[in-house]
Unconditional design. Structure first.
Length: 230
């Protein structure tokens, strides 16, 4: 069974419309919809914003539904100029840019007393998602790279540059690394998928309503195809 965590309500609704829901479960103020998508068992849920919500949601998917893979889809801000608005980034790995234990001698992003602070996505999921995205979303580009997360909305140019300098990320958002860490601790394969909402250098803009409509379409296309081929 695949657990799909969505960031946008409209995105989750799009998946729910395509799936056959057999039952719903409410936990931690979240609604988990279990059923089938293209005859494959799935659970679809919107986690809410931020790392705590994301981690709680992921653990419930593991404990209550025994999922054997987790995919998180949402939006992110670009950290590389070649990634355009609407393009998709697939996580090679993830880390938390706001984890700061430098006062104890650790580098930025390092979680004290853990074996790793950089969580690698499942390579089979990454490769499958890349193939699927190129097939069902030929109008956009797909990139594989590091997704960095923090409980901060990053719009400041100086902060973006700092994140790029320290973490070499492709995009920044607010949930992925928490989902990745929780999946890692539970030994569940995961993938973070992000539609890009802005250019890294702020050189291009798109009406948000237009972006959201296209991002949801691309995401639903991609999630459906991944589930079908997984």
């Amino acid at each position: 069974m695949i657990g799909i965590i969505g960031a946008m309500e409209e995105e989750v609704s799009g998946l729910k419309e395509k799936m056959k829901t057999e039952k719903t479960l409410k936990r931690a103020s979240m609604e988990f919809c279990q059923g089938t998508l293209d005859n494959k068992e799935v659970v679809v849920v919107r986690c809410g914003i931020g790392k705590v919500n994301a981690a709680i949601c992921t653990q419930i998917l593991v404990d209550e539904f025994k999922v054997n893979a987790i995919i998180n889809t949402g939006i992110a801000g670009s950290l590389k100029n070649e990634i355009n608005i609407g393009d998709i980034v697939l996580s090679s790995d993830t880390l938390q840019h706001d984890m700061d234990a430098t006062g104890f001698g650790y580098e930025y992003g390092v979680i004290p007393r853990m074996e790793t602070s950089c969580f690698e996505a499942d390579k089979n999921l990454v490769n499958l998602a890349k193939e699927c995205c190129e097939r069902v979303n030929p109008d956009i580009s797909v990139f594989v790279g590091r997704v960095v997360s923090g409980d901060q909305f990053i719009s400041d140019r100086e902060k973006k540059n700092w994140i790029v300098e320290h973490f070499k990320g492709y995009c920044t958002e607010m949930e992925g690394a928490a989902i990745a860490q929780t999946a890692y601790l539970n030994q569940v394969p995961f993938l973070i998928v992000r539609a890009i909402s802005d250019k890294a250098d702020d050189s291009a803009h798109m009406d948000y309503a237009e972006f959201e409509k296209k991002a949801i379409l691309h995401s639903v296309n991609l999630m459906t195809e991944i589930v079908k081929k997984w």
